[in-house]
Design a protein around this ligand. Structure first.
Ligand SMILES: NC(=O)c1ccc[n+]([C@@H]2O[C@H](COP(=O)([O-])OP(=O)(O)OC[C@H]3O[C@@H](n4cnc5c(N)ncnc54)[C@H](OP(=O)(O)O)[C@@H]3O)[C@@H](O)[C@H]2O)c1
Length: 436
């Protein structure tokens, strides 16, 4: 059999250990499929003396991950450290400058620096692969970039953060409030000690910006993603949505609007009949709408050592094959970086849709009339309106409404008219309804 593909692993945490386990467990099968063995030669992490769940004695330790690509016993560097900048970015840059391929699971780094790194990969004619960076074990980058390559993708959206989905589906199942479920998720290790990236929607926004670039052939625009997390959701919103025939999911949504790009992460009401309504727990799912393929649904484990390692090693198999003459290499996105379109962010105002708006209001006469007057004056037509009794907060009452279809700008105008109103005890919460 041909010479092995020699791999350096930077990062030996959850995913790094998973990669070692997978490469060892499926070595023969991987060698057959890759056309040659995949062999981990060198490893690197922060703390050499740390106890690990895998035996590291077969591998050479390297203190400095930045020089991994320069080593003569390394063909590919796998970066599994994380963080948009810092050692991960230095390692990625140095690897490609040394003329070696890079595989990464690091969505933050790709969202922020993917274009620069892709340009480096193209210049050096080496692979840059990041399947594991979006939706963990789901082969969605490959699916869109290769499987759906013949289509114009009009819209791509999905559930991109397993922690948020776990919290939302647990709130739904148990009727408990956000803070309570988050604390439990942290105690069980499902949510990070600092969960801000997940619950504020930033992790989903990283992944969405990568998916959009792959789907539309556009330049990654992470700052262009409008991002709202799940922190303001109450158990009462979930119950209200349920009564109306919806579940609440954090949805990342990207679509083209002419030559502009709309990207948003926001909790949505998803109708019971939509496939995404049945995506529970830590699962991820991505829907892409192609002009010939129709709706494609990718679903599976969005995180975890095994699923993420599966995506990382699939990238290594691609690299092993391509350097054996079996496939292309060196164009990380759907088209070369120089041909990716720079699309300006689209304004959400003209988008047509139905919205759920929830107000927490003072329990006194006239408040409802004030809200409905603002809706009327902004041209928002109300389909249903529910006023609940006290919602737990001192004196506050919940008023929730669903609008008829209309431009998002009308809802924004209604909320502007209500800004500063003494009747509202907190800013209103707006969620779009996902169409069937
Ligand atoms: N976990 C998942 O399910 C998942 C899913 C998809 C993508 N990802 C991505 O995969 C990457 C790795 O995630 P993970 O969950 O495996 O992380 P992790 O468990 O926290 O492991 C991170 C590893 O990086 C090393 N490291 C951190 N800072 C370092 C530094 N300054 N210098 C050298 N080494 C350093 C750590 O070394 P020590 O062990 O010595 O401390 C550790 O081995 C991230 O980009 C993450 O977003 C993770």
């Amino acid at each position: 059999m041909a010479e092995p593909l020699r791999v350096a692993l930077a990062g030996l945490g959850t995913v790094g250990a998973g990669v070692i386990r997978l490469v060892e467990a499926n070595a023969d099968l991987i060698a057959r499929r890759a056309g040659r063995p995949i062999k981990i030669t060198v490893i690197s992490a922060r703390d050499r003396s740390k106890k690990r769940p895998v035996d590291l004695t077969p591998y050479t330790w390297e203190d400095d991950m930045v020089i991994l690509g320069e080593r003569a016993d390394v063909d590919v560097v796998v970066e599994l450290v994380g963080g948009a900048d810092g050692p991960a970015l230095s390692c990625a840059r140095a690897t490609m400058e040394a003329g070696k391929a890079l595989v990464t699971a690091n969505k933050a780094m790709i969202a922020h620096h993917g274009l620069e790194l892709a340009a480096k990969a193209e210049a050096a004619k080496v692979a840059l692969k990041f399947e594991a960076a979006v939706a963990g074990g789901i082969p969605v980058i490959k699916g869109l970039r290769e499987g759906a390559a013949a289509n114009e993708i009009e819209r791509v959206y999905g559930i991109l953060n397993g922690t948020c989905n776990y919290i939302l589906s647990t709130m739904e199942d148990t009727g408990r409030d956000f803070a309570d479920v988050l604390a439990e998720a942290q105690a069980k290790g499902y949510a990070e000690a600092d969960p801000a990236f997940d619950i504020e929607g930033i992790d989903a926004a990283h992944k969405l910006s990568i998916l959009a670039a792959i789907s539309f052939g556009s330049k990654i625009d992470f700052p262009g993603v409008e991002t709202t997390g799940i922190t303001r959701l109450r158990a009462a919103d979930i119950a209200q949505a349920h009564a109306l025939g919806y579940v609440i999911r954090l949805i990342g949504m990207a679509e083209t609007q002419g030559d502009k790009l709309f990207q948003r992460v926001q909790p949505h009401l998803v109708p019971f009949g939509h496939p995404l309504a049945h995506v529970d727990g830590a699962t991820n799912a991505v829907v892409a709408e192609g002009n010939f393929s129709g709706r494609l649904l990718f679903q599976g484990a969005g995180a975890g050592d095994g699923p993420t390692a599966s995506a990382v090693v699939a990238d290594l198999i691609d690299i092993a094959r391509s350097t054996m003459g079996g496939g292309e290499i060196g164009v990380p996105f759907s088209v070369p970086v120089a041909e990716l379109e720079a699309m300006a962010p689209a304004d959400s105002g003209p988008r047509l849709g139905r919205a759920y708006i929830r107000f927490m209001v003072a329990d006194r006469p006239g408040v409802l009339a004030e809200i409905t007057a603002a809706m009327r004056d902004a041209g928002v037509s109300i389909e249903s309106l529910i006023q609940k009794g006290r919602a737990g907060d001192a004196g506050a009452v919940m008023v929730a409404m669903v609008t008829h279809e209309g431009p998002e700008s009308a809802v924004a105008e209604a909320l502007r008219l209500l800004e500063g109103s003494a009747s509202l005890t907190e800013p209103p919460l707006v969620m779009q309804l996902l169409g069937e």
